[in-house]
Write a protein that binds this ligand. Structure first.
Ligand code: ADP
Ligand code: ZN
Length: 214
């Protein structure tokens, strides 16, 4: 099952993508995670992407398309995948359709999650991630026992460089201008499923599985 997750920053699509990925047994593919890993590795791609990500702008389409093609053509994607954060504009959506039709495949469903800006700011501004095990915390909704230490492994908790108020606001603006028009793109193809992003993750998982007939 080839799925796309569409949703603003802070809509909780990453959290749900991870849950649905284990429920369906298909890989969770996040270009944001791939790019952050490239930054960590100090690769050429990471070097190029870092200043763009720090501002919350979009990395150029050709680079993203090449990166995603490399990932989607790996063997573990043969049974399906969840794309979390791609496509992010019309050019990427068209590029994805072309890429998939070349592989004799297509997008099956697009799951869209919407939340208020207020909810997005709270989720992103309060987000803390363990630098060792990757566990997610939130100072408002899922606080760690000690403000900067992981409950699970004792690792140091960090804030993502683009989770500051100013950059969050730009990410929301870029989402509205570039990504939200894809709602219409997939709706016209009869592939859009809407889920309330403000619901608890477990409730959203149940809703998503029901909508997908699972
Ligand atoms: P969020 O959706 O919460 O903003 P992501 O982890 O999906 O966070 O993305 C982080 C950053 O990585 C984006 O702000 C952007 O700079 C870059 N990025 C991720 N996906 C794409 C994409 N499909 N096209 C262009 N840039 C991207
Ligand atoms: Zn940890």
């Amino acid at each position: 099952m080839n799925l796309i997750f569409l949703g603003s920053p802070g809509s909780g699509k990453g959290t749900l993508a991870k849950l649905l990925s284990s429920a369906l047994g298909v890989p969770h593919i996040s270009p944001g995670d791939i790019l952050r890993e490239e930054v960590k590795q100090n690769s050429e791609l990471g070097h190029m992407a870092l200043p763009i990500m720090k501002k919350g702008d979009l990395v150029p389409d050709e680079i993203i398309l090449k990166m995603m093609k490399k990932r989607i053509t790996q063997a573990d994607c043969l049974g399906g995948f969840i794309l979390d954060g791609f496509p992010r504009n019309r050019a990427q959506a068209i590029g994805l359709d072309e890429m998939l039709s070349g592989l004799d495949r297509s997008v099956i469903w697009t799951l869209q999650f919407e939340v208020s800006d207020e909810c997005a700011l709270k989720r992103l501004g309060g987000r803390r991630i363990c630098s060792v095990c990757g566990a997610d915390f939130n100072l408002f909704t899922k606080p760690p026992k000690n403000s900067d230490i992981c409950d699970i492994c004792g690792g140091k908790l960090l804030q993502r460089a683009d989770d500051t108020d100013e950059v969050i606001l730009n990410r929301l603006k870029v989402y509205r201008q570039e990504t939200l028009p894809l709602e219409e793109y997939y709706k016209r193809q009869g592939k859009l499923i809407r889920i309330n992003g403000e619901l608890e993750a477990e409730v959203r998982l149940t809703e998503a599985l029901k909508a997908l007939g699972k």
